[in-house]
Design a protein around this ligand. Structure first.
Ligand code: 2PG
Ligand code: MG
Length: 446
């Protein structure tokens, strides 16, 4: 394979789905121009890599990213070009080079938003240099067998709360997963049908003003109790004819309402509703018993290790660490030693390079955990994570509701990948209710 060099790297300040600035990167090679746009979270964990914000209160309320853009154009770009990397050799050398250039453990030197934009755009340029689709390039970087693929079961966040919406609901995400579908395409259809039914149900119960949506495209009706949200979902499944086709995932994002060693479920309401860790655990157990819940993410706060460890001993469902792990090997190893959870939420911007995110996924698999690929609440129309989920072969992904361009672009990309794998006669498996075991399936893990 003839070597392919980077000809130029450009960056620009563009908007994300919340209307806040973010970094766009364009890498040019002899194969073309490869673009990436960096996402950004609202319920950020304390252990995430640092995104640079300009702190210039005159522009975008201090949220500008011009310094990160400048770091791409004036520091990272020229250094990478003069380092003369060969894109056919893969992404690791590029990402390692940027980590060294940054020189800090949390990427606060050049900014995780600057570094990740280059990493994502270079991943696309590397895939093109090797003449393979992005998901296949990622599978190869993972060291996986590329003779067949496991598609992800999509988890759609259809009821938004927490810091993603203006209602009084403390739990951030109520996700529906079409585990009873036969393919991604059918699963997306089922979810879109439930979503429309949920909208009609909300209009009937709360009036038209209740169908405004939150950051991730889910509705944010005037409810505050988790059981109210779950009852609405059960009714929407039934009314849309999809009873039995779905499991449910919940992300309370509880670091956001953890205070004084307890959890305030009333943190968005006029009165507080403080629960002890034990009461929170009881609440989760009760919900798991009453509803078809298959996944719980961040039920406890990022440093509330004792609560995680105790809950993991009796938890019957997938227990996913998001803020807890921050896609970071040090945190993953710590959680493994303590036996705090059994799944990794994979967010590339928490760690700041694609290569480190893939290493985190491989580590999780090695530990016998599952991996759940995730978007951020501040997104763009870049579908990168759809390819990431297929390439990692982790069996499930979350990208918000089946609504809003920056969310559906990922689901649409998954359907494109599924169509093209089928057209090529490649093995393409939809794991359904076995989404946790998908990553360990021999077809993909080789
Ligand atoms: C989460 C995410 C994505 P944010 O908590 O899992 O859904 O939210 O990007 O705001 O951290
Ligand atoms: Mg989360």
């Amino acid at each position: 394979m003839p070597p392919v060099a980077i000809d130029s790297i450009r960056a620009a300040q563009r908007l994300d789905s919340r209307g806040k600035p973010t970094v766009q990167v364009e890498v040019t090679t002899s194969d073309g121009i490869f673009t990436a746009i960096v996402p950004s979270g609202a319920s950020k964990g304390d252990y995430e890599a640092i995104e640079l914000r300009d702190a210039d209160s005159e522009a975008f309320g201090g949220n500008g990213v011009l310094e990160a853009v400048q770091n791409v154009e004036e520091v990272i770009g020229p250094a990478l070009i003069s380092h003369r990397v060969d894109l056919t050799a893969g992404l690791k050398e590029i990402d390692d080079f940027m980590i060294q250039l940054d020189g800090t453990p949390d990427k606060s030197g050049l900014g995780a938003n600057a570094i990740l934009g280059v990493s994502m755009a270079c991943a696309r340029a590397c895939a093109a240099a090797r003449k393979v689709p992005l998901y296949e390039f990622i599978a190869r970087e993972m060291g996986s067998d590329t003779r067949g693929y496991t598609m992800p079961v999509p988890f759609f966040n259809v009821l938004n709360g927490g810091v993603h919406s203006g209602n009084a609901m403390s739990f951030q995400e109520f996700m529906i997963a079409p585990t009873g579908a036969k393919s991604v395409t059918q699963g997306i259809q089922y979810a879109a049908e439930v979503y429309q039914e949920l909208m009609s149900l909300l209009i009937e119960k709360f009036g038209k003003s209740s169908i405004g949506i939150g950051d991730e495209g889910g509705f944010a009706p005037p409810i505050s109790q988790p059981s109210e949200a779950l009852d609405l979902l059960m009714e929407a499944f039934q009314r849309s004819g999809h009873q039995g086709h779905f499991h449910i995932g919940i992300d309370p994002a509880s670091s956001e309402f953890f205070k004084d060693d307890a959890y305030d479920l009333g943190f968005k309401a006029s009165t507080s509703n403080v629960k002890t860790k034990g009461e929170m655990a009881d609440l989760y157990h009760e919900l798991i018993q009453r509803y078809p819940i298959a996944l719980l993410e961040d039920p406890f706060a990022q440093d509330d290790w004792d609560a995680w460890v105790a809950f993991n001993q009796t938890c019957q469902v997938e227990l996913v660490g998001d803020d807890l792990l921050a896609t970071n090997l040090v945190r993953i190893n710590k959680a493994n030693e303590k036996k705090a959870c059994n799944a990794l939420l994979l967010k590339i911007n928490q760690i700041g390079t694609v290569t480190e995110a893939l290493a985190a996924a491989n580590k999780a698999f090695e530990l016998g955990w599952s991996v759940f690929v995730s978007h951020r609440s501040g997104e763009s129309t870049d579908p990168f994570i759809a390819d990431l989920a297929v390439g990692v072969g982790c069996g499930h992904l979350k990208s918000g509701a089946p609504c809003r361009g920056e969310r559906v672009v990922k689901y649409n990309r998954l359907m494109d990948i599924e169509d093209s794998l089928i057209a090529q006669g490649q093995q393409c498996r939809y794991p359904g209710e076995h989404f946790r075991a998908a990553a360990m399936a021999p077809v993909h893990r080789g």
